[in-house]
Ligand binder design. Structure first.
Ligand code: APR
Ligand code: PHB
Length: 389
């Protein structure tokens, strides 16, 4: 088997990159460890920056997103019983689009079906060979046996637990990591959202977030200790705790119902440098993770896809490798700023087990400043809607 770009991982990064390249006549093969149903069943955030939406259009799959997505021109921050709004449109010039990642992934798979792309599911024992040579390849096992995919470049889009990052020799990469001492318990329910925009709440009982997928599907989160298990939280206990963390008028307006999904996700900040080793290029969660507080997971993946797509087009169509040589530097320059923003939102809005009274006062002062200062709100808005590529 041979292709120009071997793509490891059929999540949003790998699928979007493959579709964009295909539209420029560059051949790709996507290797995905799980089944398609599994990939489509994952529930993740769905706040899209303008840059992400532009890539969806460029890939030719923006129509449903435009039709069914919701434009959010602001967000709300609550602390205690107070709540204030950050006006994205006024402060940053535009808003964000709320459109679930599940929908994004579905649009991507449908476009690949229509294009007749080569996507191999349930691959095992994926191994990258010769990434530091001019003739790299990816070996993998399917039910038919072991196969070898020769290629010009390998895009490592296989998420945090994939093999790509670990294929860069340990003495050639540096990893930066911060683990937060709590997780997010998330509930999806077929209820109307409590508010037409998101609410991020810092309460004395811990963080809470009111989000949504559409007019009849809500997504809520509360900060919980990492030792908690989702099964131990009954729906009633979840709704009671969520209500306690929201300003009284919001809590009163909350419509509750049975959960259709409930899970706990840990919070982590992580960056691997560099994102390129020879002909292997890391992209998305394979290279970095942000805590979900700024809704940046999918959006950081998109900015990598943007830089990598343009670099591969130049390399494959014009024989110019400058974009690939500078890919890591360009992608990381934006990633670090987004890491900073996600870390800052996380530090501002959560309660920390070891938080002393001084740290608590600092958090309160920062929230009060944010509530009053247009300059501070502008910084949040500019980052939330997405920094330029
Ligand atoms: N071989 C092949 N595929 C693999 C391997 C492997 N060894 N390891 C992991 N994968 C697949 C996973 O099954 C998954 O479908 O790679 C894909 C990686 O997808 P994501 O984890 O979604 O990462 P990415 O595409 O970079 O998306 C980034 O979207 O899913 C969210 O939380 C994620 O918000 C982040 C953004
Ligand atoms: C979500 O809707 O799942 C969501 C929204 C915003 C976040 C995180 C998650 O910051």
């Amino acid at each position: 088997m041979r292709t120009q770009v071997a793509i490891i991982g059929g999540g949003p990064s790998g699928l979007l990159l493959a579709l964009l390249l295909r539209r420029r006549g560059i051949d790709t093969v996507v290797l995905e460890r799980r089944t398609r149903a599994h990939v489509l069943g994952r529930i993740r955030a769905g706040v899209l920056e303008r840059g992400f939406a532009a890539l969806m259009h460029e890939a030719g799959i923006g129509a449903r997103m435009e039709r069914e997505g919701f434009l959010h021109e602001g967000t709300n921050i609550a602390f205690g019983d107070e709540m204030f709004r950050i006006d994205f449109r006024r402060l940053a010039g535009h808003g964000v689009l709320v459109y679930g990642q599940t929908e994004v992934t579905r649009d991507l798979y449908e476009a690949h079906d229509a294009a007749g792309s080569r996507i191999v599911f349930e691959v095992e024992e994926v191994a990258i060979e010769g990434a530091d040579t001019d003739t790299p390849a990816v070996a993998f096992r399917t039910r038919e046996g072991v196969r070898r995919l020769a290629c010009d470049y390998v895009a490592g889009c296989d998420g945090f637990h994939g093999v790509s990052r670990r294929s860069i020799p340990a003495d050639r990469r540096r990893e930066y990591e911060k683990l937060y001492p709590f997780g997010w318990l998330g509930v999806l329910s077929e209820t109307p959202p409590v508010n037409d925009e998101l609410i991020y709440a810092n309460s004395e009982r811990g963080f809470a977030l009111c989000s949504m997928r559409n007019a009849s599907l809500s997504r809520y989160y509360i900060q919980v200790p990492l030792s908690d298990s989702a099964e131990a939280w009954s729906d009633t206990a979840f709704w009671d705790e969520l209500r306690r963390r929201l300003p009284a008028p919001v809590a009163e307006a909350l419509v509750t119902g049975p959960s259709i999904e409930k899970s706990i996700a840990p919070l982590r900040s992580f960056v691997c440098e560099p994102m390129r080793w020879g002909r292997l290029l890391l992209c998305g969660d394979a290279a970095h993770i942000v805590p979900p507080t700024g809704a940046k997971g999918l959006n950081t993946a998109a900015s990598d896809v943007h830089y990598l797509y343009h670099a591969l087009v130049r390399a494959c169509l014009e024989g110019d490798e400058e974009g690939l040589e500078r890919y890591s530097e360009r992608a990381l320059a934006r990633i670090w700023k987004t890491e900073r923003f996600s870390w800052w939102m996380t530090m501002l809005l959560h309660r920390f087990p070891d938080q002393g009274s001084f740290e608590l006062r600092m958090q309160q002062a920062e929230l009060a400043f944010l509530a009053e200062s247009e300059a501070a709100q502008k910084v949040l808005a500019e980052n939330y809607v997405g920094l330029p590529y």
